[in-house]
Design a protein around this ligand. Structure first.
Ligand code: BES
Ligand code: MN
Ligand code: ZN
Length: 498
């Protein structure tokens, strides 16, 4: 879909539909839409006086203009209370607009870019957010139905009307947002893919293909190479499955004084049954999304390459299934990791931290200035923060703050959990350096404390994204299903790095 920026006046737009946002109780005279009212000879004022539209959040009213204005329909979309308005409200509103236009089978629509111009809501930001709302809101997963269902076509074009104030800067913002949203949609597709259609090998093939298309370097390590590196934890988790594990390594840029190295490590469990410590059947099917962290890392590199970010990025994605079988690793087993540390497996369902331990050790060979891991690590994090906020932990307060800011800006929110040293007791082992699970209390923090042992003194952040990678509810610009969480957050962090 094409998104265009235009400086055309609202009253001279000719097309099937113009969408405009209004706050609850906003007077027309105090709104930039007043010019439309004047152009229509008071038609808009009479329409609002009729009382069918109150500006409640996500309320929509579509009216035929019947010649009162040069475009055919006016769509009013409610922005809710003025004092509660955020950039994220705008993303949601634009997603609503785009989806309604698709339902109406429109080829094209325009949007009046009127919003309060205050700090954090600069025009570039709002242009960017508009593209996000439209593109992410229209996302659908294709699925595997054998009979084509009649699918509505997406509108081909959206025009953002900035009224005499269009500029190259705004166009650039839209273009860059488009790059990021395409990466998000690609990640959503990967996350939605069932495990028989997305094995570790297929994930690696997808990564290779993407890297070829986007100018990234990609290397895929097989079991033999993992053995040579001493990746006993990753191989341990993989041992229950017939599908061989893969370690996907993607690189953008070159290390230099001006382009610092940042390592991104993402959990790539293509299916998590829990292994011998088998999960209950209910909702086990959802565990096809346990590679969402890995996918977010790949998507971030994809966007970073297309945006030409001045950084050296290394993405590392350990990919495997976690299944029970005669060859599976078992509770009580002791695994030796690439770092040399030994791990007692108290629960084979705490497999994410095991594969991450080896992937982190591998990433550290690049001597990164910063290491960020992204993982659907614990159910406990969902209990703590629900399904729209990620848990964030780490050893560097400045870095944590930077990610919090990126979260606020993108609407991909993160919330800190404390890595309390006292809780290290919970994962102490009698027979090995550490155990992988220590009971139910502070479950998400245990995951963080475990990973901390493997990063040494590299500045590090751990994102537990178990909650927000999938939504069971329709949400503004996050249709039911995979959300692609992490890509926009990380890209925003990387854009501001330095
Ligand atoms: N992939 C799961 C985490 C998860 C659970 C994500 C539910 C989304 C929904 C992870 O591998 C896991 O099983 N974690 C265990 C850890 C426990 C055994 C210490 C968990 O959260 O129960
Ligand atoms: Mn698990
Ligand atoms: Zn898992």
């Amino acid at each position: 879909m094409r998104i265009r920026v235009s400086g055309q006046a609202l009253g001279s737009y000719r097309g099937p539909l113009l969408a405009a946002g209004l706050f609850e109780g906003q007077k027309l005279e105090e709104s930039p839409l007043n010019e439309l009212d004047l152009a229509s000879g008071g038609w808009l004022k009479r329409l609002l006086a009729a009382g069918d539209f109150r500006g409640k959040k996500d309320e929509v009213l579509v009216q035929r203009t019947m010649g009162a204005l040069p475009f055919h329909r006016l769509m009013l979309v409610g922005l809710g209370k003025r004092e509660k308005f955020k950039v994220d409200t705008w993303r949601g509103a634009l997603s609503t607009v785009a989806r309604r236009c698709r339902e109406m089978r429109l080829e094209e629509f325009a949007v009046a870019m009127n919003f309060p111009e205050e700090k954090g809501m600069e025009r570039e930001t709002m242009a960017w957010a508009s593209a996000e709302g439209i593109l992410l809101g229209l996302y659908r997963f294709k699925g595997f139905k054998s009979k084509e269902e009649e699918e509505l076509r997406d509108p081909a074009e959206a025009v953002l009307l900035f009224r005499g104030r269009a500029s190259g800067k705004l166009e650039k913002a839209v273009r860059e947002a488009q790059i990021v949203c395409e990466a998000v949609s690609w990640v959503r597709d990967l996350v939605a893919m069932p495990s028989n259609k997305l094995t570790p090998q297929i994930l690696a093939d997808e990564a290779l293909r993407m890297c070829r298309a986007k100018g990234l370097r990609c290397r895929v390590l097989d079991e033999r190479e993992m053995k040579a590196l001493g990746m006993g934890a990753l191989l341990g988790v993989a041992s229950g499955s017939k599908e061989p594990p893969r370690l996907i390594v993607v690189e953008h840029g070159k290390p230099s004084r001006l382009t610092p190295t940042i390592a991104l490590v993402g959990k790539g469990i293509t299916f998590d049954s829990g292994g011998i410590s088998l999960k209950p059947a209910e909702k086990m099917d959802q565990m096809k999304d346990d590679m969402a962290g890995g996918a977010a890392v790949l998507g971030t590199l994809r966007a970073a390459s297309e945006l030409g970010l001045p950084l050296h990025l290394v993405g590392v994605v350990p990919a495997t299934e976690n299944l029970p079988s005669g060859s599976a690793y078992k509770p009580g087993d002791v695994l030796t990791t690439m770092s040399g540390q030994t791990i007692e497996v108290s629960n084979t369902d705490a497999e994410g931290r095991l594969i991450l331990a080896d992937a982190i050790a591998f990433a550290l060979r690049y001597k990164p200035k910063v290491l960020i891991d992204v993982a659907t690590l614990t159910g406990a994090c969902i209990v703590a923060l629900g399904d729209s906020i990620a848990g964030i932990m780490g050893n560097d307060p400045r870095l944590l703050e930077k990610l919090r800011e990126a979260g606020e800006k993108t609407g991909e929110e993160v919330w800190p959990l404390p890595l309390k040293e006292e809780y290290e007791e919970l994962i102490k082992s009698e027979v090995a350096d550490v155990k992988n699970a220590g009971g139910r209390e502070a479950g998400a923090i245990q995951g963080g404390l475990f990973l901390k042992r493997f990063v040494g003194d590299t500045p590090w952040v751990h994102l537990d994204i178990a909650g927000p990678v999938w939504t069971e509810k329709e949400r503004p610009y996050r249709p039911k299903g995979p959300t692609g969480f992490g890509v926009r957050l990380l890209v925003e962090f990387l854009r501001n790095y330095g």
